[in-house]
Design a protein. Structure first.
Length: 467
């Protein structure tokens, strides 16, 4: 009897300890009761050291270049073993910032880090862009092979992207066009495309690129006006993106808000995205390079996010050659995007996209499709391509091989969309149809119900399309 009580007491203590451990991690709620196995994602920890950017000679006057001060402050913290670099209220004008392990870059309320548009400050480096090796200018914020790294606070990081990006005349008003092109640059032969220079066009970087980093936290900061993509974690693990804002002008060419590429065990929660291209995008490399990398993007939870504008609210592809699996998207809202849920690829990619779960999404004023699967993606937005979409190579006798993309085992349920041009567009490959897509409890107001080409095992349960 006494032994039994001791065992019961020990069991209760064990359970209490386990509950306490779970409660100590506020992010454990996102990895419990998932439809796939995923470990808890935890916040990185930092030594209790603190330095202020001003103490290293920086001036937050918006014009004094602070590049050297950032280098000195980060080096000083690194020599102490890490800690928090405080960026106080002010406009801190700077060249590129290289993060190091065990450092939290913390922007206080009212702090703006404004990156210079002077291309000479950004050396050309070997990097990865759009799923392939490339030589581009160093990103304004970089980190490679780091452990425990964070960008936190309540400030804003601005990439000064207008000094890098091309501009399409038809996307802006005449007044905007005149203002943006008055200071030189290069014009296309038809005078409908402007860019700062040939070099800027070929070398423009993403705003923040973190490569092969572990234990990463981006929290509450606003990231905006990027030269190309906004936020690009590549091959990172144990990643938390919480409460951020990622935004670009609607006319920003290649202005994706967030591209998770070949990442593992990641949370994207309670954040706002507003961009000129795809907003929340899952990738894993392009074509042969992506297949050789063989690093799928896997174990990702996206929850409580809001998307304004952009080509897609939630997107997979088109660079998904390393595979995508075990993704949950829930409790999000998309407003005014070209497409709500967008899956895209093409022949030559290869890769398997599977075990995708999408639940409880609200959409309003979707310009084209509420849900798109397009395996003939050619690099255009759906809006750009609507007049030219057709079933391609339908009669070709092509055999599926390692270069054929595969989309299968996807569940989409509890979707409400008020206002879309078309509810569904499924455009699979004849040699590799889209397989096993479950559509449940879906209510869409749209002008057209949609089209289904080369798909197998699409199951509809309580799917309601109304005009």
């Amino acid at each position: 009897m006494k032994l039994t009580k001791q065992l019961a007491t020990a069991l209760l203590l064990t359970l209490a300890t386990g509950m306490q451990a779970a409660n100590n991690n506020p992010y454990s709620i996102y990895t419990s009761n998932l439809p796939f196995s995923m470990p808890e994602v935890t916040v990185p920890t930092f030594p209790n050291h603190l330095v202020n950017l001003k103490d290293f000679g920086a001036k937050g006057d918006g014009t004094s270049l602070c590049t050297e001060a950032f280098v000195k402050a980060i080096d000083a913290l690194s020599q102490k073993g890490g800690g928090r670099l405080v960026v106080p209220q002010g406009v801190w004008f700077t060249g590129p910032i290289e993060l190091k392990s065990n450092i939290d870059l913390h922007l206080e309320q009212g702090a703006i880090i404004l990156f210079s548009g002077d291309m000479s400050l950004y050396p050309v480096i070997e990097t990865v862009y759009e799923g392939k090796a490339d030589r581009r200018c160093q990103s304004p914020i970089t980190g490679k092979d780091l452990v425990n790294v964070a960008i936190t606070g309540r400030g804003v990081i601005d990439g000064n992207g207008q000094n890098w990006r091309p501009l399409k005349k038809w996307k802006v008003t005449d007044k905007q066009w005149a203002k943006m092109t008055k200071n030189g640059g290069t014009m296309s032969e038809k005078k409908d495309l402007w860019y700062p220079s040939e070099e800027h066009l070929r070398r423009r970087p993403v705003l923040i690129q973190l490569v092969n980093c572990r234990n990463v936290l981006l929290q509450n900061v606003a990231f905006q006006n990027s030269p190309a993509w906004n936020i690009h974690p590549l091959m990172c693990e144990n990643l938390i993106i919480d409460g951020i804002t990622a935004r670009n002008p609607f006319y920003a060419q290649n202005g994706d808000a967030l591209d998770l590429e070949s990442c593992r065990n990641a949370l994207v929660v309670n954040s706002v995205f507003d961009a000129g291209d795809d907003c929340i995008c899952i990738k894993s490399g392009k074509d042969k390079e992506g297949r050789l990398r063989a690093r799928p993007c896997e174990n990702v939870v996206i929850s409580g996010c809001t998307v304004f504008a952009g080509h897609g609210g939630f997107t997979v592809g088109s660079e998904m050659s390393g595979g995508v699996r075990n993704i949950l998207v829930k409790d999000c809202q998309f407003l005014g995007t070209d497409v709500g849920l967008r899956f895209k690829s093409t022949r030559g990619r290869g890769g398997v996209v599977e075990n995708i779960f999408i639940n409880s999404i609200s959409m309003y004023n979707i310009i084209e499709d509420a849900l798109t699967f397009d395996l003939y993606y050619d690099g255009k937005s759906v809006t750009d391509d609507m007049d030219g979409i057709e079933q391609q190579s339908a009669k070709a006798r092509i055999v599926a091989d390692e270069t054929t993309p595969c989309f299968r085992n996807i569940t989409i349920e509890n979707i409400i969309c008020r206002g879309a041009n078309r509810a569904f567009y499924f455009n699979g490959l004849p040699e590799q149809p889209i397989k096993n897509v479950n559509l449940r409890n879906i209510y869409i107001t749209a002008d057209q119900e949609g089209e289904f080409h080369y798909c197998e095992g699409v199951k509809k349960e309580n799917v309601n399309i109304r005009k």
